[in-house]
Design a protein around this ligand. Structure first.
Ligand code: 9MR
Length: 767
């Protein structure tokens, strides 16, 4: 992905202070010298010291823009800074062990002679130094080597090249950075707590109740269900399941569905181990229905986040409204020629303020905004159309929002916040590609963590319109028009007009595909197949207008009769959402009965796969490897099964959805709930610039009800690679803010949680 970890601005400032106050105390075993040809031994502590993977794992201060070419890193250092530490290139997460010897070496050069500081030190206050050298750079690249015997044990050491202080600008180049020594860090072993795994939130009295125990035992084991006072309330024997492929563990399962007595603080005891406590109650999911939507408000861009609404710890200034140091989203130009898209650019700037920040970054991407809005709108539409939903649960006043009390259901208010932004991303009439929609807006380079949105000083840029983004607007604006017309006719008309223009523009430009190459400073959201987006847009326009032309497009789409339920879809595959809406929303579609059957058939297959899993997760990817954002893949599968329940009323579908939630809330190999604030042990250090408590105590954890992306076999980030190499799918997760591949948060993941939480809440309150 090319995402880069960088040092937070706050850390850099603190280096300045600490370096001024603390004399250089590093124990140097020898002055920096030209490399004398000695070969050091030990474990390599620097990741990507050769810069073969670009700047991956390296960071720099905001005044530097390092580039990597010909296998080395070079950076133009501005003149006129006061101190060496006013300009730094460095790497964090360096492991140092007390008493071990280390050899530090690098190949360095400078366009003009300049004395730099090459330090090995603690990456946080008090910035204690193990080594601080002052080698002189010269035009000819030289290798420098030095060493020290460590006096501290750190997991958060740092290698820092402090290159500031020169009155004149100069260029610094670096290669082959190495810190050899110490032993290999001990293998990371997650703390998984008791071997008995339950839904740590609990179970519905009428729902299925299953748990999993990790055990070497091959024979069935006795289990006991105890109440909060320790009295045995139920008992039975486990069912051996053998080796579970998704976790690599030997497991047995427990079924206590027959126990329906409401209560709190129950535990399960099996094989000498006692589970985390859980409740049995009907309103189990009511609060999650509300909390899963909190995240959208605090992700809002372009508006101050009010402490009175979000909680004081989440209060912050409006992000990207054009107040320095923000460049603002109010007048955003197009990115210049990038070497692809035929060097596309544009000659206008747009006000694309508002919307939600996508995830842990400050980018705003139409395709991901699109699916997130679709899921919130879809949640509301399901609630309104369902025979078995709590119609009051989503009305005005149910969420804590500034719009509360405006007589519009709060969930629609939240969706409208994003719809407004999506409308702004449409190319205006009179400009080339009018009606198409810009794929995304984000910073021109990656920023570090933590970073308040209002403190982001990077240039914001619009990227080329894409067919996928255009169809996303067409679909959600059409759906929004359908659901909002009884509250605001004028707005509904604006939405429908934009949707129709977008659809026509996409038909005229059907092959403007977003590329995976466009990933500097933001995610790519590249998608090579937009047949599903065409289908989805036609479906929503048809359901809103009833017009024949859209109906014909639906019927003629190859996606209409294809088997689209191999999974529940994601931001790049909207076919399942389209098909489910065609099944759910009344229309005169001639083959609507077949469409409904296709949903239940898809749900049957997903259930069948789920039934093979000893942890009960509704997710069995064909190749066995788990995707980025696997928790949302599970939730999207659950939404298909839930839709089958809505269509048929058959309890087996409802039970599968509830069992699938158990996995997400603690019945899993890591014994963790992936939803912040839910359960005994839960994810709380999700990768985010705004909720970065792990890096800065002043910053909060993510709001209650925020779901982590979860296990990802790809482990694309350096931390996950270091800690989780060789992981079985369920173990490819770490609740660490640096693990952006396994532990990010995102609007499309919380929208999936919100949808399913709403369904689950309905099941409880209807009892
Ligand atoms: O959710 C996206 C996932 O499906 C992709 O595999 C991944 C890599 O392209 O990107 C994920 O989306 C990220 C986006 O690119 C940037 N903002 C954060 C998103 C969540 O990690």
């Amino acid at each position: 992905m090319g995402r880069r970890r960088q040092a937070p601005a706050a850390v850099v400032a603190a280096v300045t202070l600490a370096a001024l106050a603390v004399p250089l105390t590093g124990t140097t075993a020898g002055a920096a010298q030209e490399y004398a040809g000695t070969q050091a031994e030990g474990t390599e502590q620097v990741v990507n010291g050769s810069f073969d993977e670009g700047m991956s794992s390296w960071w720099s201060t905001g005044n530097l823009k390092p580039t990597v070419s010909d296998g080395k890193m070079c950076v133009d250092v501005p003149g006129g800074t006061a101190n060496p530490w006013d300009a730094i290139v460095g790497q964090n997460d360096i492991d140092i062990q007390d008493g071990e010897s280390y050899t530090f070496s690098f190949l360095g050069s400078g366009s003009s002679p300049w004395v730099i500081r090459a330090n090995v030190q603690l990456s946080v206050d008090p910035w204690t130094q193990e080594l601080s050298e002052a080698p002189t750079m010269s035009p000819e690249a030289k290798e420098f080597v030095s060493g020290f015997k460590a006096k501290h044990t750190w997991e958060n050491g740092q290698v820092a090249f402090q290159v500031g202080g020169s009155p004149d600008p100069w260029t610094f180049c670096l290669d082959d950075v190495s810190l050899l020594g110490g032993t290999a860090p001990p293998p990371y072993v997650p703390n998984t707590g008791p071997r008995v795994r339950v839904n740590q939130l609990g179970y519905l009295p009428i729902g299925p109740k299953a748990a999993t125990v990790v055990t070497e035992a091959v024979e069935p084991l006795a289990w006991q269900l105890k109440d909060s006072a320790g009295a045995v309330k139920s008992s039975g024997t486990t069912v051996p399941q053998g080796l579970d492929a998704s976790s690599g563990q030997k497991v047995q399962t427990i079924d206590f569905t027959g126990f329906r007595t409401k209560g709190t603080g129950y535990t399960l005891t099996v094989d000498g181990e006692t589970s985390h406590p859980f409740d049995i109650r009907a309103d189990l999911y009511s609060q999650l229905r509300v909390d899963s939507k909190r995240f959208f408000y605090t992700q809002r861009s372009g508006t101050p986040i009010l402490g009175s609404i979000a909680g004081e710890q989440y209060a912050r200034a409006a992000g990207h409204v054009g107040v320095a140091p923000n460049k603002g989203d109010t007048d955003v130009p197009c990115v210049g020629p990038q070497g692809f898209y035929d060097d596309w650019t544009c000659d206008y700037a747009l006000d694309v303020s508002g919307g939600w920040y996508d995830a842990g970054d400050h980018g705003k991407y139409v395709v991901n905004g699109g699916i997130a809005v679709a899921q919130l709108l879809g949640e509301y539409e399901r609630n309104q159309l369902g025979k078995q939903s709590d119609k009051k649960a989503l009305r005005d006043g149910t969420l804590v929002l500034p719009e509360k009390g405006n007589k519009v259901p709060d969930i629609l208010d939240e969706a409208r916040w994003e719809l407004d932004f999506l409308l702004r991303m449409q190319v205006p009439t009179g400009k080339p590609l009018a009606g198409m929609v810009h794929h995304k807006v984000h910073d021109n380079e990656w920023t570090g963590l933590p970073l308040d949105p209002a403190a982001d000083d990077k240039v914001r840029e619009l990227h080329r319109p894409s067919t996928a983004a255009t169809l996303n607007l067409a679909a959600v604006a059409a759906q929004g028009a359908r659901l909002l017309r009884s509250y605001d006719k004028t707005y509904a008309k604006t939405l429908l007009d934009a949707a129709e223009r977008a659809y026509a523009a996409a038909k005229a430009n059907p092959d403007m595909l977003a590329t995976g190459a466009d990933g500097t400073g933001g995610g790519t959201y590249d998608d090579a197949d937009v047949k599903d987006e065409f289908y989805w847009a036609a479906a929503e326009l048809f359901l809103t207008t009833g017009e024949r032309t859209y109906r014909t497009d639906v019927l003629n789409s190859p996606v209409h009769t294809a088997d689209v339920f191999t999974d529940g879809g994601y931001w790049g595959n909207l076919a399942p959402i389209a098909r489910m809406d065609l099944a759910r929303v009344p229309s005169d579609l001639p083959d609507r009965a077949r469409v409904k059957t296709s949903v239940t058939a898809g749900a049957d297959r997903l259930r069948e796969q789920q039934g093979t899993q000893a942890y009960g997760q509704a997710y069995v990817p064909g190749d066995g490897s788990w995707a980025w954002g696997s928790t949302s893949s599970m939730l999207n599968n659950l939404a298909v099964i839930a839709t089958a329940y809505d269509l048929t009323g058959k309890v087996q579908y409802r039970d599968s959805v509830l069992a699938g939630m158990d996995y997400l809330l603690g019945r899993n190999a890591l014994n963790i709930s992936y939803v912040t604030g839910y359960g005994t042990v839960y994810s709380q250090n999700q990768h985010s610039r705004m909720y970065a408590n792990q890096l800065s105590p002043k910053s909060p954890h993510p709001p209650v009800g925020t779901i982590a992306g979860g296990p990802n076999s790809g482990i694309q980030d350096p931390l996950a690679q270091q800690k989780l190499a060789g992981c079985a799918p369920q173990f490819c997760y770490i609740d660490d803010i640096q693990s952006w591949a396994t532990n990010e948060l995102a609007i499309n993941w919380n929208s999936a949680l919100s949808w399913v939480a709403s369904f689950a809440a309905d099941q409880g309150t209807r009892q």
